[in-house]
Ligand binder design. Structure first.
Ligand SMILES: [Zn+2]
Length: 133
C-alpha cells in the first residue's frame, strides 16, 4: 500500500488515499459515470483522508439517493464520493490522482446500467464492486 494524492481541478479539494501502486479500477456505464468518464477506485473509509476543500463540496443525489455524488462547487470536478455499492467507503476518481505514484491501472467494466444484478453477482465474485448512482 502506498499513499496517492489527488484532488479536483482547481486544487481546493485535496485528498490522500492508501492503495496499491498497481490499481484496479472500474469503468461504470451508468447514467452519471458514463457522462463524466469517472474511473472508480473503491477503498474503505479508513484508507481515505480529505485534506482540504470540505467546505467546497456540493452533493448531488438521484434515484435511490444512497450515493452522495460530491463535486467541487468551484471547478465542478467529482474527485471522490460515497458510492451506493459501498456506503461505508469511498470511490476515488482514479483520473483525479496526481501523476507519479500509480505504476499501472487495470480497468474493468462495471455494468452500472444493471446495478442490482451486477452487485449481486459480479461484485461478490470480484470481492469488491463499483458503483452507479
Ligand atoms: Zn475544484
Amino acid at each position: 500500500m502506498i499513499r496517492h494524492a489527488g484532488g479536483c481541478h482547481c486544487g481546493r479539494v485535496r485528498f490522500e488515499v492508501l492503495a496499491p501502486a498497481q490499481l484496479q479500477v472500474f469503468d461504470c456505464n451508468c447514467s452519471i459515470c458514463a457522462k463524466s468518464g469517472y474511473l472508480h477506485l473503491i477503498v474503505p473509509r479508513s484508507q481515505f483522508q480529505l485534506l482540504s476543500g470540505a467546505e467546497q463540496l456540493t452533493s448531488y443525489q438521484f434515484n435511490t439517493g444512497t450515493a452522495r455524488h460530491l463535486f467541487c462547487a468551484v471547478c465542478g470536478i467529482k474527485s471522490f464520493y460515497v458510492p451506493r455499492s459501498h456506503p461505508d467507503g469511498y470511490s476515488v476518481n482514479a483520473r483525479c490522482l496526481d501523476d507519479g505514484t500509480v505504476s499501472a491501472m487495470r480497468v474493468r467494466a462495471f455494468d452500472g446500467q444493471h446495478w442490482e444484478q451486477q452487485v449481486a453477482g459480479a461484485a461478490s465474485r470480484m470481492g469488491e464492486g463499483a458503483s452507479d448512482g
